[in-house]
Each structure stands twice: as C-alpha cells, then as structure tokens.
Design a protein around this ligand. Sequence first.
Ligand code: ADP
Ligand code: MG
Length: 470
Amino acid sequence: MFSSSGSLARRLRGGIARLRRSLRVQLVSWVVLTLAGAICVNLYLSFRSATAAAQLVADRTLLASARVIAEAVHVDHSGSVEVEIPPAALEMFDTGFGDQVFYRVTTPWGNLLSGYPDLPTPLVALKGEDLTFRDHGIRALMLDHPVVGLGGDGTIAVTVGVTHGSQYAIRRQLWLSGFANQLALVLLAGLVTIIGLQRGLSPILRLRDAVRQRGRDRLDPFPTSMVQTELQPLVHALNDHMESVQNQMAAQRRFVANAAHQLRTPLALIATQAAVAAREVDIRQRDEALQALQKSTRQVTRLAGQLLALSRAEPGNLRPRLDNTDLASLTRSVLENIAEEALKRGIDLGFDNGGPVNVTGDATMLGELVVNLVDNALRYTPPGGSVTVAVKSLQNTAILMVEDTGPGIPEGERAQVFERFYRVMGTQTEGSGLGLAIVREVVDSAGGTIELRDGKAGGLLVRVALPLGQ
Ligand SMILES: Nc1ncnc2c1ncn2[C@@H]1O[C@H](COP(=O)(O)OP(=O)(O)O)[C@@H](O)[C@H]1O
Ligand SMILES: [Mg+2]
C-alpha cells in the first residue's frame, strides 16, 4: 500500500519534472498566461464600458420621463398649481424587468405637488445618481422646470427614480456580448500560436530523429539548413563535436596500428632468439643466446609499459589523482634506481637538489615524466659525458631541469619529438619514440609547460615547469 502510493508520488513528481523541462509546455504556458492576463484586463475594461453605457441609457429614460411629468404641470386661472401625471411618463420604464418607479414633484417653496414626499433627490440637476429608497437601490435624476405663471423662482423640481433591474440587464448583455467576441478572438489567437509552435518545434524533432537513426560509425556533419537560424549554432556545435570525435578515432587507430607494428619487431626477434637458444648445444653459446633473449624481453616489457603509461596519461582515460607529491624526493628515488645504469655507461649523473618542492598531480605519472627524461639523457649521451638533474621552486612554479652533454636535438625537430613514435632520423640507440609523448601528456594534464633548449655543454636541456601544490 505504502510502496504503491510512494511510487505513484514518485511517478507524478517525475512527470511534473519532465513537463517543466519540456520546451513545448513552457512556451504554451507563456502563451496561455499572457492570454489569461489579457482576458482578465478585458473583463474589467468591458465591464466598465458596459456599466457606463447602461447608465447613460437609464439616465436618458429618467430625463425623458421627468420632462413628460414637468410638461403636465400647469397653473390654472385661480393661480393654483396642478399636475396630473401622464401614464406614458411611467410606462416608459415598463421594459419587462419588473422595475418600480418613484417620483416627486415639488413647488419652488418646497411643497409636494405629487408623488413620494420622502424620495431622496440627487444633489445636481440633470445628473443621474445611485441612491437608496425604502431598501431599494435606485437610479434617480432631478429636473428643474420653469412653469408659466408660477411665483418664486418660477421652477418646479421633478425627481424620478427607478430600480436597477433594466439597467443591470442592459449592462450584463453589453458586457457578455463584448466579452464573448473578445474571448473568441483570444482563443483563436491561442490556437494559431499553438499550431505555429508545433510547426516551429518540428525541425528540432526531425534533428532528434536524424541523430537517433544514425549508426555508431556515421559521423559526417548534419546539414545546418535543416533547422531555423536560431538553432543553427546547436547543429554547428554538434558537427564540431562529431568532427573532433572522428579525429580522435583516427588518431586512436593510427596509434594502435603503430603500437602493434612496434611490438611485432621485437617479438619476432624473441622468437628467433628462442629458437637459436633451443638449438644450441654448446652451453656457453646457449648462455649468450639466452642473455640476448632476456634483453629483448626487457625491451618489449619496457615498450608495453610505455604504451600503458601513454594510455593512462591520455586526458579523460583516468580520473586525475591529485596527490601532493614532493618532486625533489620523487626525482631522487628515480635517480637512485637508475644510478647503476649510468655507472655502467660511464656517465656522471648529478642531482642539484634545492629542497622539497610540492606539486599536485598523479604521483605515478609524475614518476613516468622524470624516468623518461632521465632515461633519454642517459641513452643519448655518449660514455664519458654527464647528466645533471635539478629541482627547485621559482615563484609559483616547480622547476625540473635535465641537462646532458649529448648531441642535443636540432631546433627544427624540437616540436616533432613530442609526437608519438617520432624519432630523430639516424638515431641508432634503441627506442620507440614514445618517451617524450608520455612526458608531454603528463605535463599537460598537470597544467605545466615544457621547453627544449640548448645545454651549456652543447647537449640538450629540458625544462619542465609545474604549478606548485599546497
Ligand atoms: N636527451 C636527448 N638528446 C638527444 N636526443 C634526444 C634526447 N631525448 C630525446 N631525443 C630524441 O628525441 C626522440 C624522441 O624521444 P623519445 O620520445 O623519448 O623516444 P625514444 O627515446 O624511444 O626514441 C629520440 O628518438 C631522440 O632522437
Ligand atoms: Mg626515450
């Protein structure tokens, strides 16, 4: 019971959330809201004008009636004032709404000639006024009328009042008919807007269907003409995105092909060396063959390790781990591991340690960065040379410098050596061309910069700057 009502509430909430996200619902709501506002204003304005029109009609009738009554007042030869109310004066209010009519005729001296003595009189002559008489709401009008032969100021006052039945009926009718016309117009406008909206939205729906129907491998651009001008930036952005995905996929394919090619050569060598070792009967020669086999295996292992490092360093492949790493101690431990190798090659490996330098970044990848730079320096420096590594902090950056006394890299190739599988022509030393590509990915993802310069002794100087950590 609870779970079903809970899920109903969830579904309802989900439905409402979807509706609020719907562009169509949003646009229609705005249109409906505007129209509703227009209808309310219209209701008020047409009510006011209907009221005014109905009052005008009522006041005219009251005036006509008062005139007819006033005309009937006369002074006879003996000088006394007389009035006989003509039936027509009252019959003009008989419009089928059961209205009651009241009147009062008074002399200049305030004496009642005819009618209700207590009928209230409007303050201003000839101007209709809403008053209350014996619990009836009435519309009343007063007329001053001159009578020949009368003393005083020569005018009698005629007041006529009538209940509101007919006036309100006229008002209602005027109001309703005006309002009905406007309502019909507004509804028509709403309908046309909704149809227009539907038509306006249809290109988006077509675009959606076109995107849905595409196969995974189809990345050619959508024609921008399929949507309205305002939406074309969206299609442009979609096309740009697909193009970058396409480029990325091409790069991936090239990389996989290169990697397979790079792995195939040493693996074929390993197979040959294994076959030779298996055939060899002389123990010493077999030993030599096995050592060569071990060396090739190490090479393949290193290459596989580099491929792995590269795929890890690629943006988006791993969530970047933001360790706080001391670059100086990291570099020292890399140098300790590699010192024996340097000794074997007869290279003087030096470390200029400027104390702890904290950087934020993935510690493993920062290790790869240092290893690859130092490995290159050792590899390409001939025996008897020297490699100097320095770590220090400068303003807001951590600086790592690796300088060697090798052949250096010609200016024109300094950009290309960072490309995957790129090696300077004529490089004899074994390698895959992946080292500097890894270095650049790591530097990029740590938000740093890298420069290749001429070393003091003619070799290469690599300068890496990374943002300082906390
Ligand atoms: N310290 C250096 N001195 C001279 N040349 C270098 C140095 N480091 C890199 N290079 C050149 O740059 C190329 C690319 O280096 P890298 O990407 O590490 O690949 P690899 O070392 O596997 O060839 C190398 O083949 C080499 O020609
Ligand atoms: Mg290298």
